[in-house]
Design a protein around this ligand. Structure first.
Ligand code: ADP
Ligand code: MG
Length: 477
């Protein structure tokens, strides 16, 4: 079960959503925290730049020593001030306490403070510790000024001032926000997990319905179909495609059933005849040698009919497998000549003509194409009166196809018949009698072979106007 959950689409989608949301939220938080921190540092820097001006302004009377015990009166509270003499020694600085008066820290200054130290804003660490850090700025004090460290002590001269601002408040804000953001991110992710479960459940419901329908069909309920509500969604497209596949499957199964039923039915007739004659003989009813002779002839004739029908069924079954066929150039002109020569042997009295205006080659399987012509010619001989003219042509068309036609001047067919003659087992009314010898498979074989070659088989006919069967095939150069 755990494995199924791990592999399930819903689980994978959910993991994906949560991962993306996490990455997105962490990125947004990181950018805003970094931005905030930069901003706070900028604000500290601005304070220091202002402090420089304030100090320069306030310490304007060098003859009055500054009160070293109250350096913070020079600049806003919370800013560290150190006064440096010529030799880089700190002569006075603000005490180490934070704005609330609690014991705090101050920035670590080098001893002695070198010339040019912190001319531009720099970051310093606290005395004896890496944090809190300070932003610091130093500036020379042009004219000599003095400071008195405690009331009554001698004034000491200084020439440089260092101001610094702790980044502790900024860092406190950032840390607080990191905590708050993390908590909010976790809460939102939890919400996404809970909500996405529901959303995905609803979104994936059509897929589960599809699986249920497919299972029902597999279990034999062939008429079931998937209920497609949104045709243009991806799931809708899958549903439509599956429905088509199911329909196609059902149709082809139905066709197969029909085919087997027709084949059995067709085979039953000759079998019944054969059994009838055999029983007649066994029961001693056929004493007359002439009758026995006739029985044998009929039995042989029906067996031959069954044989050819079974051959045709096998051929159709093979064509139905849609196996790739041979791809050799076939001389259609020669095939037409051969077919007409054979037909002359079978039906010597028939006016037969063949017309092959030039070389015609098609790509395909010679034996199969020979069979096509043979079926068409035998139909023309069988389904028209004996002296009806029949002509065969083979020609290459300018559009890169090769064309075979078999034309007779026979009775032709009404449109309703012509529409169905390519169906399996279909025979015209006059060909229905069991003695006609036809199986109704000849033209369906013609069409199957032609289509296997990527071509088409059509008929043009009308009652009293004869029939023309046209086979169009891809030509071979
Ligand atoms: N040249 C033709 N002239 C008239 N009818 C034809 C012709 N060729 C075929 N048919 C009709 O088409 C039907 C189907 O032909 P086919 O599939 O070859 O079966 P079969 O020849 O075994 O009857 C025939 O039964 C016949 O009615
Ligand atoms: Mg036929």
């Amino acid at each position: 079960m755990a494995g199924a959950w791990r592999g399930s689409l819903r689980a994978r989608l959910m993991v994906g959503v949560v991962l993306l949301a996490t990455v997105g939220m962490v990125a947004v938080n990181a950018v805003s925290l970094i931005g905030l921190r930069l901003n706070l540092v900028d604000a500290a820097d601005a304070t220091l730049t202002n402090a420089r001006k304030t100090v320069q302004h306030r310490v304007h009377r060098p003859h009055t020593p500054i009160d070293g015990g109250n350096l913070n009166s020079l600049i806003p509270d919370g800013t560290y001030v150190a006064l440096i003499d010529d030799r880089g020694r700190v002569v006075a600085q603000t005490p180490a306490r934070d704005p609330d008066g609690q014991a705090g820290s101050r920035p670590e200054l080098p001893d002695p403070v070198p010339d040019g130290f912190a001319e531009h804003l720099v970051t310093l660490s606290a005395e004896g510790a890496p944090v809190p850090r300070y932003r610091a700025l130093s500036f020379p004090y042009g004219h000599s000024a003095t400071v008195r460290r405690t009331p009554g002590s001698p004034p000491r001269q200084f020439s440089r001032v260092v101001v610094a601002k702790s980044l502790q408040p900024a860092e406190d804000v950032v840390y607080w926000l990191v905590g708050a953001d993390s908590a909010a991110t976790l809460a939102v992710l939890g919400g996404i997990v809970l909500l996405s479960r529901g959303v995905l459940n609803v979104g994936l419901r059509p897929l589960r319905n599809m699986a249920a329908t497919a299972t029902a069909i597999a279990d034999g309920d062939l008429d079931q179909r998937i209920d497609v509500t949104e045709r243009h969604s991806e799931v809708g497209e899958v549903g439509t495609a599956l429905n088509r596949a199911f329909g196609e499957r059902q149709r082809s199964e139905e066709q197969l059933r029909q085919f087997v039923a027709s084949a059995s039915h067709e085979l039953r007739t000759p079998l019944t005849t054969i059994r009838g004659w055999a029983q007649l003989h066994l029961h001693g009813l056929a004493q007359d040698p002439a009758l026995i002779e006739r029985a044998m002839l009929r039995i042989e004739g029906e067996a031959a009919r069954m044989h050819s029908m079974v051959e045709e069924l096998l051929l159709l079954a093979r064509l139905d497998q849609r196996r790739p066929i041979a791809h050799a150039p076939v001389n259609l002109g020669a095939l037409a000549d051969d077919a007409v020569t054979d037909a002359r042997v079978v039906d010597p009295g028939r006016p037969l003509t063949v017309e092959v205006p030039g070389e015609v080659f098609a790509r395909g399987d010679e034996d199969r194409l020979r069979q096509v012509l043979q079926n068409l010619l035998s139909n023309a001989l069988r389904h028209t009166p004996p002296d009806t003219p029949v002509s065969v042509t083979a020609r290459a068309l300018p559009d890169g196809t090769a064309q075979l036609t078999v034309t007779d001047q026979g009775p032709g067919m009404p449109p309703a018949t012509a529409e169905r003659i390519f169906e399996r087992f279909y025979r015209g009314d006059e060909s229905r009698s069991p003695t006609s010898g036809g199986t109704g498979l000849g033209l369906s074989i013609v069409r199957s072979i032609t289509e296997a070659h990527g071509g088409t088989a059509t008929v043009r006919t009308a009652p009293g106007k004869g029939s023309t069967f046209t086979i169009t095939l891809p030509a071979a150069r």
